[in-house]
Design a protein around this ligand. Structure first.
Ligand code: KIV
Length: 262
């Protein structure tokens, strides 16, 4: 899967499927299903490391997750989040961070949060030939600025800034855009205005594709239940049942039986 193929999918109206992945084994399973894009999201900070926000995860940790995912992938395009503090306000550092991700993990593209504020960083990374995916709307790396994870751009001035940021990111060369937690009508307006693919999370159906966090759709974490999430499995219950059975079998000497040892 390439950035060009994603653009062609948008032109022919074929929806793009995207999911987060953080490790080799899951990436291998996801890739075998035909998923179009795997995002090594900085949500690894939450779902893999147990932090409350995405801010603590480091560039080294993102590279570790990304290189594990890359080893499990034959087909999907792998996009990696530049973590908080590795690109904001310093385009030379942004380029260094993006190059480390590409060189040390083998990823195919990077994702950055923000619009006009990070224009110089995006331009510099693109000038090195690294494809960039933008991310607007709810940008979790700015949680302490927003103060809440509620729906963004409901007010006209924020909606106008989002539209102009989307056009800016397209004009400087981003290959795609994630829109997180904004009204569906605004996401529709953006998807119609720009020719690059727009992938939504909590942004309604009128975009070019959807992305969700894999731990959420698989039901690993029971405590996160936003309106935009659809759960496709209850792995929390399945894993608990399997581990409880294992404990019971160990305690009762049922495991291992004569066919399970040498
Ligand atoms: O880090 C992440 O998982 C993301 C998605 C929510 C788009 O950025």
């Amino acid at each position: 899967m390439t950035t060009h193929q994603l653009r062609e999918m948008k032109s022919r109206g074929e929806k793009i499927s995207m999911l987060t992945a953080y490790d080799f084994s899951m990436a291998r399973i996801f890739d075998s299903t035909g998923i179009d894009v795997l995002l090594v999201g900085d949500s690894a900070s939450n779902v893999m490391a147990g932090h409350e926000t995405t801010l603590p995860i480091t560039l080294d940790q993102m590279i570790y997750h990304a290189s594990s995912v890359i080893r499990g992938v034959d087909r999907a395009l792998v996009v990696v989040d530049l973590p908080f503090g590795s690109y904001q306000g310093n385009s030379a550092e942004a380029l260094r961070s993006a190059i480390r991700i590409m060189k040390e993990s083998g990823a195919h593209a990077v994702k950055l949060e923000g619009g006009s504020e990070i224009k110089e960083s995006v331009i510099r990374i693109l000038s090195a030939g690294v494809p960039v995916m933008g991310h607007l709307g709810l940008t979790p790396q700015s949680i302490y600025k927003f103060g809440t994870y509620s729906v963004r751009a409901k007010e006209e001035d924020e909606a106008l800034k989002l539209v102009s940021d989307a056009q800016l990111l397209e004009s400087i060369g981003c290959f795609a855009l994630v829109l997180e937690k904004i009204p569906a009508e605004l996401a529709k307006r953006v998807a119609e205005l720009v020719s690059i693919p727009v992938i939504g999370i909590g942004a309604g159906p009128y975009v070019d594709g959807q992305v969700l966090v894999s731990h959420d759709i698989l039901g690993i974490n029971n405590e996160f239940n936003p309106r935009f999430l659809r759960k496709y499995a209850d792995l929390n219950a399945i894993i608990k049942k399997a581990v409880s059975s294992y404990i019971k079998d160990v305690k009762s000497l049922d495991f291992p039986n004569e066919e399970e040892y040498y």
